[in-house]
Design a binder for this molecule. Structure first.
Ligand code: ZN
Ligand code: ZN
Length: 144
C-alpha cells in the first residue's frame, strides 16, 4: 500500500492545472501528498521524458474537465492525456481507488509544490543527477 492517508483539515488547498492547449483542465481540493519525481520505466516509456514529477490527491476531490483520454500504461494502472495536445496529466492505479496522481509540470503553479523525494532511482538514467537533500528510494517509497 502507498500512503493512503492524507493530511486532515487542509481542505483550503486548491490545486489547478491542465494541458498545454487548454482543452483538458483539472482541479482538486485538499493537501496533496506523495510529491515526488519518478524514474520508473513505466513513466519514462509513457511520456518519453527521463523522469516525471507527481503529486497525489484524493480521487473524489479531483475533477477533470474536457474529456481526457485514459489509456492503460501497465497491468495495474491508467494514465490520462489530452486528446488534442497529448500533455501527460494524470495516473490512477487499480489498487488505489481513492487516489489520483497529477503531473507536477501540468500544474498552474508548479513552484508551489516542489517534490519531496525521488522514487525508482534504481531505474535512473546515468546522466540524470539527483539534487542534494531529497530522499531517494531505489523502488517505490513503500518498498524502501
Ligand atoms: Zn491539450
Ligand atoms: Zn513512475
Amino acid at each position: 500500500m502507498s500512503q493512503a492517508k492524507h493530511p486532515a483539515g487542509s481542505e483550503a488547498v486548491r490545486i489547478t492545472g491542465g494541458c498545454r492547449c487548454g482543452g483538458v483542465r483539472y482541479e482538486a481540493e485538499g493537501e496533496p501528498w506523495n510529491l515526488t519525481i519518478c524514474h520508473c520505466l513505466d513513466c519514462r516509456g509513457a511520456t518519453g521524458a527521463p523522469m516525471v514529477g507527481w503529486l497525489t490527491v484524493r480521487r473524489e476531490a479531483c475533477r477533470l474537465t474536457g474529456r481526457p483520454t485514459w489509456f492503460r500504461s501497465s497491468a495495474r494502472a491508467e494514465r490520462a492525456v489530452c486528446p488534442a495536445c497529448f500533455t501527460h496529466l494524470a495516473y490512477r492505479a487499480d489498487d488505489l481507488p481513492d487516489e489520483i496522481d497529477l503531473t507536477l509540470a501540468s500544474l498552474d503553479a508548479p513552484e508551489r509544490f516542489p517534490p519531496r523525494d525521488h522514487v525508482w532511482v534504481s531505474r535512473r538514467l546515468s546522466w540524470v543527477t539527483l539534487p542534494d537533500g531529497l530522499p531517494a528510494y531505489p523502488r517505490a517509497r513503500d518498498e524502501a
